[in-house]
Design a protein around this ligand. Structure first.
Ligand code: HAM
Length: 426
């Protein structure tokens, strides 16, 4: 049979790499907890109409990239992003009635049928967060500050924060007309001819040279902001200045999802490693979504970072040992003793592999080394007869005999003293 391969754009993460994933995920969970976010887990599959309504028709995601299918009579979609599901859950569980402000974070896979390339996959993972119930702009500024702190903590170089405001509904309606008037009679790409009707703002961040030329000299959305929107944006920027967060205002930043209002932002970094796809995360306000999904009028703000990209951008950590200790039983009789000793060690928090395949001491020591074990506990016939265990320190190359009934305690103490025991999961 032809070997079965992974689906295009969907990647395996093998253990050598998953260590890096765990490190970034742990750093994210730690940061989120420090800022009062708690984890929400929503389904990977949602009703298709949720994304059509929330993300919007006319966006690349809804028009081209969703993995949608019909199961019996239900139209379903693998989630392309996390915000719509979080807002759906917020409305469905009437969370607004439980607390005035809700801070949720999530980690997990998203699905978009995009053309795969470095840093762009069809299954990718996001680390995101959403705040419901805070109209900002203090919360907007704090979110940016948290993100910069997080990116620095995982070693991302050359962090660049871009911010913009696309105002509220009225501002956008006014600006859409200004932009349409500017683009009238100009040559734009086929995609943008469609966007002119549905969502002309998207033409601003098109990569097509025809669109870029047509947008030359277009009015800036910042000039079209209404008074309230302008004050929100000015206050947001002032707070970023107070916090000492460097940023650049990018009036052409519109982002690819339709739900945004007012604050928009993207953070780029590690350009040398990521090239053109150096947008690590994006987000903004979506003050109208909760109400549109049938809830009360509750303002909201959030972001999502692509973990796949963070891994390319961040500082890789060194390889971690698979276990702390290895048990080498010599001969069939010793295997049962080895398994019992392994169980004892694990209750003391020592990660351990006990050999059950058999082999010479030399080959077992090779295996222990390959696993990165610090200690090897050898159980040969002689040791069993004398009620002892040979304890070998692979780092110090010392070997000694210890009583069998105290072997686990002594090994655990040695590992603790050398700082080599498992760290608690966060
Ligand atoms: P987004 O800009 O579509 O926003 O995605 C956020 C991040 O996810 C991107 O900056 C990128 O790092 C990563 N990403 C997106 N597509 C891919 C892909 N195909 N492969 C790898 N990484 C990818 C959102 O998803 C919004 N839900 C963010 C948000 C939350 N806005 C408000 N709340």
């Amino acid at each position: 049979m032809e070997p079965v391969r992974a689906v295009k754009g969907m990647n395996d993460v093998l253990p050598a790499e998953s260590v890096q994933w765990q490190r970034v995920e742990a750093a994210f969970r730690r940061t989120a907890a420090l800022y009062g976010f708690r984890e929400v887990r929503t389904p990977l599959v949602e009703a298709t109409r949720l994304f059509v309504r929330a993300v919007g028709e006319g966006t690349d995601i809804v028009d081209k990239e969703m993995y949608s299918f019909k199961h019996h009579d239900e139209e379903l979609t693998l989630r392309p992003e996390g915000t719509a599901g979080a807002a759906r859950a917020y409305v469905e569980h009437k969370v607004h009635a439980l607390e005035p402000v809700t801070r949720w974070y999530y980690l997990g896979p998203m699905f978009r049928a995009e053309k795969p390339q470095r840093g762009r996959y069809r299954q990718f993972s996001q680390a995101g967060a959403e705040v419901f119930g805070d109209p900002g702009p203090g919360c907007d500024a704090e979110m940016i500050d948290m993100l910069v702190t997080f990116l620095k903590s995982i070693g991302v170089p050359d962090i660049e924060v871009l911010v913009n405001s696309i105002g509220s509904g009225e501002t956008r309606a006014r600006y859409r007309e200004l932009l349409r008037a500017h683009l009238e009679g100009k040559v734009v790409s086929e995609d943008s001819q469609r966007r002119l009707e549905q969502n002309p703002l998207r033409i601003l961040d098109s990569k097509d040279p025809r669109d870029q030329a047509a947008c030359e000299g277009a009015p800036s959305i910042l000039d079209a902001l209404g008074d309230e929107d302008r004050k929100h944006f000015d206050d947001f920027r002032r707070l970023l200045d107070t916090l000492g967060v460097a940023y650049r205002v990018e009036p052409k930043l519109v982002r690819g999802l339709d739900y945004y209002t007012r604050t928009l932002f993207e953070i780029k970094g590690a350009k040398q490693k990521l090239g053109a796809g150096d947008t690590l995360l994006g987000g903004g306000r979506y003050d109208a979504m909760v109400e549109e999904l049938g809830g009360p009028s509750v303002p909201a703000l959030g972001f999502a970072a692509g973990i796949d990209r963070l891994l390319i951008a961040g500082e890789p950590s060194g390889a971690e040992p698979a276990v702390d200790a290895f048990i080498a039983p010599l001969g069939d009789v010793a295997v049962g003793h080895a398994l019992a000793l392994a169980r004892e060690l694990r209750t003391r928090g020592v990660a351990v592999e006990a050999d059950t395949r058999g082999g010479s001491l030399k080959s077992l020591l090779r295996r222990a080394n390959a696993l990165g074990a610090r200690l090897v506990l050898i159980l040969g016939e002689g040791e069993l007869a004398r009620g002892v265990v040979a304890l070998k320190d692979l780092a110090g190359h010392a070997q000694e005999e210890v009583p069998r009934d105290r072997a686990a305690a002594i090994a655990a103490d040695r590992l603790a003293a050398s700082g080599a025991v498992r760290k608690e999961e966060p």
